[in-house]
Design a protein around this ligand. Sequence first.
Ligand SMILES: Nc1ncnc2c1ncn2[C@@H]1O[C@H](COP(=O)(O)OP(=O)(O)O)[C@@H](O)[C@H]1O
Ligand SMILES: [Mg+2]
Length: 401
Amino acid sequence: MTTRAMTVAGVMSGTSADGIDVSVVRIAGSHPWRKKRAKDGAPSSPRLTLLAHEGFAFPAALRRAVLAAMNAESTSTAELARLNWRLGLAYAEAVKETAEKCKLRLDLVGCHGQTLYHLARAERYAGRKFACTWQAGEAQAIAAELGVPVVSNFRPADMLAGGQGAPLVPLLDYVLFADAKRGRILQNIGGIANLTVVPPKAPLHAVLAFDTGPGNMVIDWLAQELFAKPFDRNGTLAARGAVIVPVLKEALRHPFFKLRPPKTAGREQFGRAYAARFLDKCLVHSKNPHDALATATALTAETIARSYARFAHARMKRSAVDFIVSGGGARNRTLMNMLAARLSPLGCTLSESDAFGMPAEAKEAAAFALLAWQTWHRLPGNVPSATGAKRAAILGQVTYA
Ligand SMILES: Nc1ncnc2c1ncn2[C@@H]1O[C@H](COP(=O)(O)OP(=O)(O)O)[C@@H](O)[C@H]1O
Ligand SMILES: [Mg+2]
């Protein structure tokens, strides 16, 4: 017996604060109440087809507000309440436009929201020690606009089960890419870069995932600061520079890179303050702004390659490995060339996720469509071996239309 197939929109806006991605997927699967699960407790595997994907840039004023609110030392309650509402309106508009454009009737929406704060490791506050997270964006605004139920607030359930609340994309990575013969690395390069390790023939609990460090975050900041560009389109600016080796070497000594997974990174470690210090160090050696960009690009490539070599390669049991890149960073040619140079000696074939039927910009949004589908059917969405949670958990809340 199978459930009725559902058309589900996933909505993602990441730490780059560049805008909103909406992916619409068709999901069908075995009946969730049949409790037919694999021996390792993995949920019955759904089948997923991407129907449409659209990207929407944030209006400049909204982007400024999001960047100012992320990890702000001080802001006002009014500011946060209004931003939360404004984001909800932006998500609603983006989903509506996507549904109209592709003429699809949606059954469900999964909205990640905008992370304004993510404290993965417990700290003391008001007499208690805890980790916490906050994704903003009023879900009711989407439900009201579209008349469709919305699943949101995915991360707290995992954190309250002892996990880091991230990454949550591994379930999709497993459903779409697990292979009997080939090892698969699903590398996303957004503001932060993270990878999912799916060894050949792996059960779900053998999946490992973690953040590798900065993705486009430092590159974006330098492109803005040095060239007044929002990002280094196709990596052309970095391609004209040379890597400043002493700066790269020193940057690689950051304690985050030595931590064993599971681990998560954010603007707390690699945001504006980090990028400004990085630039100062580059300027000591070279006044050529292209060199600073080349060095930041090399930092992303090198930390990804080292993460693979150190924490993933041994799990691949000497099989051939597809290293599949998604996120905006997949479009940075210089970064991709650096990655290919480092990874091919390790037996990896580098490609963009587009080659596997999932455009680089669409994957994370598609993941939140799948997670919404899981929650709708009261199935867990986190992968405990990826987040460090003690148990699988049903993620988020449903806002009924
Ligand atoms: N054509 C391109 N060339 C180089 N970099 C790009 C390109 N398109 C997008 N990017 C990079 O990808 C980032 C957005 O990636 P995305 O996957 O949306 O990240 P996030 O999930 O953090 O929002 C941009 O900020 C930019 O750095
Ligand atoms: Mg984005």
